[in-house]
Design a protein around this ligand. Structure first.
Ligand code: SF4
Length: 334
């Protein structure tokens, strides 16, 4: 925000905020009704169109894939119809948020062909907006040709990570490497398409990966075992963005980095097996006894073998040498 004020100036930023504020739910659903200041200034809420069935979306959305047909699965998971006007949007899914230069060229060509607006999402995907239903088969074909039509949005495979030690000077761990490993394990275990559960990873306490507001959150931390440094994570469970405020995840336990994928798999499996119809992660977790109770089933994973028996526990993902914390000067806003 401070960079926006610095770049745009306060008045311009305020103008832009007011321009989009009328689309926010808060102005119509805030407890106690619309605040007097808003009512006085004539800030009309966006409202809900009567003849539209909007797509449920956001954290906890219980996405269900209804058919084995790839196009139907993409429609179920990646296409969203808006609340006010039924505007059609569709996600192009980017694994780990990565897009190659060839994919970028194709995405730009798709944008020109369909005349759609494109935005990036905070789950590291792209979304095409302002589509018509008739354009969806074309968009699916184009995205499939560049490997970006996998059902992803709001499914468990949509793991989000900050850049971590790949490029960040402040990183303690390789958060992207862990995200890759979790995604691979979920695919192996047939758990990559569980709906309504988010996993986010940050490579240090600065939290750029927003681990603290994810259902399953990992935060990179140095561990010491057998006289050596080793990559590790603090696991948080049950963070979410509510209508009125954000709830941070509860501390569950600390783990070696190499045990974190197994922990994620166990939590996703248990949630998938035990959740009630339409039940979100946090209500399930509370019914299961809270974060500490869920962590009891993971306790055996907090174990560092002797370096001679498990040398991989002392080397982070995508690294070749022994783990060592070497943080440098910050390049980002933190
Ligand atoms: S500073 Fe931000 S981007 Fe860098 S490792 Fe920490 S959380 Fe990740």
């Amino acid at each position: 925000m401070k960079w926006l004020v610095d770049t745009l100036g306060f008045e311009e930023l305020q103008r832009q905020v007011f321009k989009v504020r009328r689309f926010l739910l808060a102005s119509s659903t805030w407890p106690g009704g619309i605040p007097p200041e808003v009512a006085k200034a004539g800030d009309a809420p966006a409202g809900v169109a009567v003849d539209i069935t909007p797509t449920p979306m956001g954290q906890g959305t219980a996405v269900a894939l209804s058919s084995p047909d790839p196009y139907s699965r993409w429609l179920d998971a990646n296409v969203v119809r808006g609340v006010a006007k039924g505007t059609v949007s569709a996600y192009a899914w980017a694994r780990l948020g990565d897009i190659t230069s060839d994919q970028f060229r194709s995405l730009a060509a798709i944008q020109r062909e369909l005349g759609a607006e494109v935005r990036v999402t905070n789950r590291q995907n792209l979304v095409y907006r302002g589509l018509t239903d008739a354009q969806l088969p074309t968009l699916f074909d184009r995205l499939r040709a560049i490997g970006m039509a996998q059902p992803g949005a709001e499914l468990s495979r949509d793991v989000v990570a900050c850049p971590g030690a790949d490029t960040c000077n402040l990183a303690v761990t390789q958060s992207r490497g862990l995200a890759d490993a979790i995604g691979a394990r979920l695919e192996e275990e047939g758990l990559a398409e569980v709906g309504g559960i988010r996993t986010n990873i940050s490579g240090c306490t600065n939290s750029c990966g927003q681990h603290h507001i994810a259902d399953i959150g990992f935060m990179g931390a140095e561990r010491r075992a057998h006289g050596q440094s080793a990559p590790g994570y603090q696991l948080l469970l049950g963070g979410y963005v509510g209508q009125e405020r954000i709830h941070f995840g509860d501390k569950a336990l600390r783990l070696p980095a190499k045990a974190a994928p197994e922990a994620a798999v166990r939590v996703v499996r248990r949630f998938a097996e035990e959740r009630g119809a339409g039940e979100g992660f946090r209500p399930w977790m509370e019914r299961a006894g809270g974060a500490k109770a869920v962590a009891e089933g993971l306790r055996d994973l907090d174990h560092f073998p002797d370096p001679s028996e498990g040398p991989e526990f002392y080397v982070d993902y995508d690294e070749t040498g022994p783990y060592a914390v070497e943080t440098g000067a910050s390049e980002c806003a933190t």
